[in-house]
Design a protein around this ligand. Sequence first.
Ligand code: BT5
Length: 280
Amino acid sequence: MSRSAVWKHVDELRSMGYQIDSAPRKGYLLVEPADRLLEEEISVDLNARVIGHTIHSYQSVGSTNDVARDLARDGAPEGIVVLAEEQTRGRGRLGREWESPSGGVYMSIILRPRLKPDEAPRLTLTAAVAVARALGDLGVDAMIKWPNDVHVGGRKIAGVLTEMSAEVDRVNHVILGIGVNVNDCPEGATCVNEELGGVRRVRVAASILGELDRAYGGDWQECLEEWRRLSNTLGRRVRVATFNEVIEGVAVDVDRNGALVLDLGDRRERVLTGDCFHLR
Ligand code: BT5
């Protein structure tokens, strides 16, 4: 390769944010890799069994869940990951907004699980476990708030959005969306680098995908046990708003499909999905 061809590539890498020094007659030295969520960067640390065998990286999209959903509708296989540096219409559950400026990790994973539709909430819990474990490995004391939030010291650091296409007795595909605040976060929330400092987003993304790959399709009882260990909801008095009622009680367990079991004093009730507020 000619010198000018090398220079062209180095120049391109520099424009992507890679810090590269050059010395006459010695050559180039990579001082600091760019913290870009590129397949080449992430797959170095990944030993993908199912999740992450293919990664599509974007600079900016409306929502990674929409990009992944379109791929899934076109027949894309499970395990494909869609990642974006920022989202312009990132969303939470029930049409809520997920603030997604650059500096976070926004990703969606296409899954085609052998689950019945009412078992699909298991995937939300699996993802929350993967995020909490990955952040824990990095040194962040992350806990899971039922059903889909990951918190540190009562502040939200990550959220999971599970969207599904299904028939009555069969899931076609599930899009698992995960948003993690890494360098920045909205008021009242927290981010990895407020808790730790100096963590590269590539590491956060690779670590979560690695945990998810290990947990997906694995022993569900084990995953549930892990969820119970990592949860800061169990044992608390909570108020849960479902689409048609608000109930208050003590969160005593999650059942085998991820429903929260509430002790209402005179009886127990299960809630499969809803917004949960910790009361004390
Ligand atoms: C969630 O919803 O927590 C699910 C978030 C999922 C985001 C990922 S990013 C990749 C993929 N593509 C998408 O478009 N979405 C997924 P929910 O439980 O409904 O919480 C939403 C609420 O969290 C908002 O109403 C705000 O109060 C708060 N919020 C918004 N942005 C936040 C952020 N960056 N950090 C912490 N809290 C946030």
